[in-house]
Write a protein that binds this ligand. Structure first.
Ligand code: FRU
Length: 490
């Protein structure tokens, strides 16, 4: 089928499912989700012709993962996103089983999408189960995308490397000087993660530059590095990765796959990224994967959006013909040799009303007007005279999502054992109070929570599936606690 026809067919099918999907209570009210059916990774996050664009891995024919298309939304302000026509469909020999993840860049007024063409192979007699190559599509208006004739533009990896050639995906392109560079995720023959880097002057002809970063099996950094990003963050450089298969270390790395980063320095002569920090997570919650950054040159900041879900997790929304959503846009900042992520300031446009309280509390307390399912809750807990706190969100007679902190252990916990349908478990992270305070900024949507701690030093994100009655918020001090609350309905 021709690309145009495949796109139209997918659009039509998607529209059939829209009404059911959009009437579902769990549909996000201010996060990006597809009109219906399955989404995963954010792709092609960029600014083009006065708008932010975000594409996403999309299966328009069901709420399960399937042959990947690219869905598309655009926004002038990162807050109000408009649906655009589906951008890519897997119609060509080189991408027939999926237009996998990739990125976008503007060149000479046109918008280019660099993505992975995925082809499944029958490997019942041994051998590779897939071919992955890097492919290009171009648009003159940011609406319609044509695949270029030269596809695949990166056909294979050099042969003399210690790389398993079939896993070769998720190109993230950027410009440095006169050259375009792209990182691509690969796997070594011993099955550890690696990133390669290519360079090009025209986005069509690519030259292999080097293995940009690598890991050994001994390091517990997973068996494959998906979705690499090279990021410039307030004068620092970082390599952001989504390693598959990092094993749990105590209470860390409990998700199936992880997303995190190394700080370091890119040497453009050799193509080597010299890491100078340990791998750290970008989010300590249950649901956060495949983040993609964009350098927002207009505002001199590095933005990040991630898939607010996790592979192999329960997604009860699938029975209502949709699956998956994006995180809110976050702004990255390097401080104290680590990456902080904060909600983009534009999100304050979502505020409908505000209540403020400052009060010393000594027992379980709910505040009038501080409840709901779509809100931003900013709170400072002063622990001078308190040992810690418990904060219960999305509370009904039988449900609650529980956050807690203890001053002695310095452990912050998020528990979703009673959060509603389909999910459970606990995640935790060590938090140093600022002075004697813990500061939280919490974004709640119908089926998600994103919790930013101490100015974005740590973040925990989670999908939850409470009933629509679950709107209570209860503050429980362990001691006498000054509590300073700004609560915004969204
Ligand atoms: C990450 C990922 C990518 C791949 C895409 C397929 O979540 O596995 O590596 O390109 O999803 O949908």
């Amino acid at each position: 089928m021709k690309h145009n026809e495949a796109l139209l067919k997918a659009e039509k099918f998607q529209q059939k499912m829209e009404t059911i999907a959009q009437n579902d209570y769990w549909r996000p009210q201010y996060h990006i989700a597809a009109p219906a059916n399955w989404i995963n990774d954010p792709n092609g996050f960029c600014f083009y012709k006065g708008e932010y664009h975000l594409f996403y891995q999309y299966h328009p024919y069901s709420s399960q993962w399937g042959p990947m298309h690219w869905g598309h939304v655009a926004s002038k302000d990162l807050v109000n996103w408009e649906l655009r026509p589906i951008a890519l469909a897997p119609t060509d020999e080189y991408d027939k089983d999926g237009c996998f993840s990739g990125s976008a860049i503007e060149k000479d007024g046109n918008l280019y999408l660099l993505y992975t063409g995925h082809v499944d192979l029958d490997n019942s007699n041994g051998g590779n189960d897939r071919i992955e190559t890097q492919c290009l599509a171009v648009s003159h208006d940011g609406l319609c995308f044509d695949k270029v004739e030269n596809n695949p533009v990166i056909k294979s990896l050099p042969e003399n490397l210690n790389i398993k050639t079939e896993h070769f995906r998720d190109p993230k392109v950027w410009k440095h000087g006169d050259w375009y560079y792209t990182v691509v995720g690969v796997q070594t023959k011993e099955e550890s993660g690696q990133v390669v880097v290519y360079k090009s002057q025209d986005l069509i002809n690519w030259e292999f530059l080097n293995i940009m970063a690598t890991s050994s099996v001994k390091e517990n950094l997973g068996f494959m590095w998906e979705c690499p990003n090279f990021a410039e963050v307030n004068g620092h450089e970082a390599l952001i990765l989504s390693p598959q298969g990092v094993k749990p270390e105590g209470n860390k790395f409990l998700n199936v796959h992880q997303s995190g980063y190394f700080l370091g320095k890119m040497d453009y002569q050799t193509g080597i990224f010299h890491r100078d920090s340990k791998f750290d997570l970008l989010d300590y919650g249950f649901d956060f994967y495949a983040p993609q950054i964009m350098q927002d040159e207009k505002n001199n900041r590095c933005l990040m959006i991630a898939w607010l879900d996790m592979w192999e997790s329960n997604m009860p929304e699938q029975e209502n013909h949709w699956a998956g959503m994006m995180s809110i846009p976050r702004v990255l900042e390097v401080k104290n040799n680590m990456i902080y992520s904060k909600p983009a300031e534009e999100l304050s446009k979502l505020h409908k009303s505000k209540v403020h309280y400052e009060q010393v509390i000594e027992e379980a307390t709910s505040f009038e007007g501080v409840n709901g399912d779509c809100y931003q809750l900013d709170v400072d807990f002063d622990l001078k005279n308190a040992q810690g706190f418990v904060l219960k969100l999305r509370v009904s007679a039988t449900e609650e999502t529980v956050i807690s902190y203890d001053k002695d252990t310095k452990i912050f916990k998020l528990n979703r054992d009673k959060s509603g349908r389909g999910v459970n478990g606990e995640r935790e992270v060590a938090i140093e109070p600022i002075g004697e305070k813990i500061n939280l900024q919490i974004f709640s949507d119908r089926s998600s929570l994103e919790i930013f701690i101490n100015d974005g030093q740590r973040v925990l994100s989670s999908r939850i599936y409470p009933s629509k009655e679950a709107k209570g918020i209860v503050f429980i001090p362990n001691g006498s606690m000054n509590t300073n609350i700004d609560f915004y309905q969204i």
